[in-house]
Ligand binder design. Sequence first.
Ligand code: FES
Length: 130
Amino acid sequence: MSSNRTRPDDPGPYFDAHVFVCVNERAPDHPRGCCKARGSEALRDYMKSRAKALGLNKVRINQSGCLDRCELGPTMVIYPEGIWYAVKTEADVDEVLLTHLVEGRRVTRLMLTPDQTPAKLAKEKLAAKG
Ligand code: FES
């Protein structure tokens, strides 16, 4: 699905890209879990510092609240592309920064697709239990 909201006379974007990193926190016994409990704050901090070190001045790394794909987290989404990643380690962060944001390619192994939904994941977990 692509957006048809862009207009030819729109001003250019202020940033080339926004990265939203979920740092939402829930109670430890919440069934969906949360990205903060999976280490997203440290990953966000690392991403911010690495982006600065790489001179990515036109890329904004922002924290966000729940992005509603908690079970797949830590999650992040990059706009304007609308590409989602599940990033678990600093090495994953480095790969997203260099491959996606510097080189303009994709990190397929970390990418979340629109059909990866919490409901589908829950069904798969149930099926695996037999
Ligand atoms: S807690 Fe991160 S997507 Fe919901």
